[in-house]
Design a protein around this ligand. Sequence first.
Ligand code: GRF
Length: 202
Amino acid sequence: TKLGVLVSGSGSNLQALLDACARPDFPAEVAVVVSNVGTAFALERAKKAGVAAVVLDHKAFGSRADFEKALVDTLVSAGVEWVCLAGFMRLLGADFLGHFPGKVLNIHPSLLPAFPGLHAQRQALERGVKLAGCTVHFVDPGMDTGPIIAQAVVPVLPGDDEAALTARILKEEHRLYPLVVKLVSTGAVRLEGGRVVTAAGP
Ligand code: GRF
């Protein structure tokens, strides 16, 4: 299964996917990485792994439709079947999503539906929750609102600051995202009628 990974920043989740794809038994490969930020460190990670790295700066396009069309063209030419958002800081509209129906994933550093949007870890600390974590979900046009596939939980510990909680959650993100990519690549999990369906196991 060919993946397209969309990034805007450091790309540690991209790295987790690249590392998983390097294992001989893993059912997916990263075909292309696209960043809307030219300076994203994720681009270096792609190049180091020998994966095509493309910059599409949304500011260089006249409209969101034009930007999304360029994204679709880049992914389609690379033969991408599944799109993984990994720290990609733009919302995607129905135009884009219509090209990959039920095949766009995102990872978010909270136990959705709690704390969508920016600074989820800071929101969790400010709210005083004792459990935090991450969520992998199918993407719909909303902000972190799509059907939930999997979550991982971490404790919030006394004395945690944003950096400490972020690091604890990130470790789980790096475990969870490749796991979910494996499940969707093999067809064990899919989106059907807006719901997440799990195939009966052996
Ligand atoms: C992660 O916390 C991810 O859940 C969120 O953005 C962050 C990206 O980190 N959507 P990285 O670029 O993968 O290191």
